[in-house]
Each structure stands twice: as C-alpha cells, then as structure tokens.
Design a binder for this molecule. Structure first.
Ligand SMILES: [Zn+2]
Length: 304
C-alpha cells in the first residue's frame, strides 16, 4: 500500500504501532510489551517498524508519541514517567536505528492532533486535547499543527494551580511536581478517588463512584459535582488564554458522559465573555488517538 504514515505510541507498559492510510484507515496495527531498558526499547521500535511495513506492504514516515517531551534546546527526553528514557537522545538514536527522519511528540499532543485531524475536532481551527486519566495532560493543535513552544510545554496545564479556588481547596494536596493544589491533583483519576476518600473516608475508583452516583448515592453524586465544577474552572482558564473551538477529553475519565453536559453548563461563570461557543466533546478515537496522532505528525507522504 502506498501513501502510508507509521505511528508509534511508546507507552510505559506497551508499544503500539499503526500503519495509517491517507483516508485514516488502518491496514495494520501491532502491540508489544515495552522493554524496561533503553537499548531494548530502541531495538524493539526498529523491529516493530519493519514488521508494520511488511504487513502493510509499504513504507512511510515514522512519528512517535512518547510519555514526556524532547527538550528543543538539549534534544534530551524530559518529564517522562518511563524513567529509562530521561536524559537520552531518543530522537537521534531512533533516526539512526531506523535510517530515516523521525518526528517525536508528547503523547497528549498526539491525542490532540489525532482528534483534530479526523476525530472529534475535525474541521476546527483550534483544538485543545485533554487527557484525564492517571495524570492530566494537554495539547494544543492549531490548523492541524501541534503547538510545541520553546519549552515544549504548550498545553501542559495540569501543573498550574486549580483556578478560582474555594477556601476548602487551599492549599491543596502536595503534587509529585513539588507544588500543591495542582489541577492534576484534582482532575486525574487518582485525584478524583482521593477527593472522594477525603470527604467520605471510603476508597473507590472513578468507575465505582460514577456507578454509585448513577444509582442515586448522594455522596458519590456530590463528589462528581465537585469534580465537574473544578473541571469547569480549569477549562475556563484555558478558554481565556487559548480560546479553542473544541476541547476534546481523553483518558479514563473521558468516559463519564455527564461531563459533556455539566461542565459547559457552568464554565461561562469564569470565561471572560458574554457567551461561550467552545464545544466540549468526547473523543472519536479514544485510546487509539495516541498512535494515530503520532502518524499524523507527518504530512501526507506524497507532499514530502
Ligand atoms: Zn503538580
């Protein structure tokens, strides 16, 4: 098949690879466990690209989504929870291993790009993609181009403080980043569970809290209302700076359907505008957006 792009999602536990046709079809998708060392990871990535090309019957440019970022200044990986990547010249080493140019991007940026190209944000000028799962990541895509920035942190609003805090939200719980009261400590899956436990004394996961709220449990319902009000404030602060056409949620908590109604119903209180036309939507590709967005890092092969 001609005209394919190859996308790779380099996760902490698995590596996924896809061949993406120009129309967004996937002639091939493969998944392997992530080796826990650097040399093994490089080798596995090179082998995986060869397998994808064999199965798809073509070759193409390679984009890779990583759980962290490459510093534009040093070329070294930073902020990665797969610690064996930190401080490595992954970009250079991967291009050498594959014998071709490679584009690397943060996995939240890949999510946003995928949803902007042929997902829930198709046709929108500015898309803000948010992952609310184990952590809280974000990415900004403007006219199908990822906004990176000189510090490679564009869109990373998870470690800003929760805006417009109530008295009982201060100073907030300590975050692994060294500060307290970060958005991530409230809006990630573990943040939601911890908030429910602080108030009720009961340790439950996000899905259990949602199921209880559905069944009429007042405490679970109150937890989700606190969560929605916090998300409305956190996203209002993004709207005030970036003013995206569409905000797409990804990650485990994006499956909470009520967010798409209850969060936009509140966010106008904090947006500096008489009306808010930004849309909050569920993802079209969901977990597949990481690997698909990595492929979209390249223009169509014909155009290279
Ligand atoms: Zn933090």
């Amino acid at each position: 098949m001609s005209g394919i792009r190859i996308g790779i999602d380099l996760g902490g536990t698995k590596i996924e690879a896809v061949a993406l046709a120009p129309d967004g079809a996937e002639p091939c998708r493969l998944r392997i466990p992530t080796p826990r060392d650097y040399e093994g990871t490089l080798q596995a990535l090179a082998d995986l690209v060869r397998r994808v090309e064999r199965e798809a019957g073509g070759t193409g440019p390679v984009g890779v989504g990583i759980p962290g970022t490459v510093s534009p200044v040093t070329g070294l990986v930073k902020n990665a929870n797969s610690t064996w990547l930190i401080g490595r010249r992954l970009h250079v080493d991967l291009e050498r291993a594959l014998g071709r140019p490679v584009r690397l991007a943060n996995d939240a940026n890949c999510f946003a790009l995928s949803e902007a190209c042929d997902g829930a944000g198709t046709g929108a000028d500015v898309v803000f993609g948010v992952i609310v799962g184990t952590g809280t990541g974000g990415g900004i895509v403007v006219r199908r181009q990822v906004l990176t920035g000189p510090n490679a942190v564009a869109g990373e609003w998870g470690h800003n403080p929760l805006p417009w805090p109530d008295a009982d939200e201060l100073p907030g719980v300590p975050c692994y980043c060294g500060r307290s009261g970060c958005i991530e400590t409230f809006l990630s899956g573990p943040g939601l569970a911890a908030d429910h436990e602080r108030v009720t004394g009961v340790r439950l996961g996000g899905e259990q809290i949602a199921a209880l709220a559905d069944a009429g449990d007042a405490m679970a319902e109150a937890t989700l209302r606190r969560y929605e009000r916090r998300m409305a404030r956190a996203l209002a602060s993004v709207i005030n700076v970036v003013d995206p056409d569409v905000i797409v949620l990804g990650g485990g908590l994006s499956k909470l359907g009520r967010l798409y109604v209850n969060v936009p119903a509140q966010w106008a209180r904090w947006v500096f505008s008489d009306r808010v036309d930004t849309r909050l939507t569920a993802p079209r590709h969901g977990d597949a957006s990481g690997v698909r967005g990595a492929a979209w890092l390249w223009p169509a092969p014909e155009a290279i």
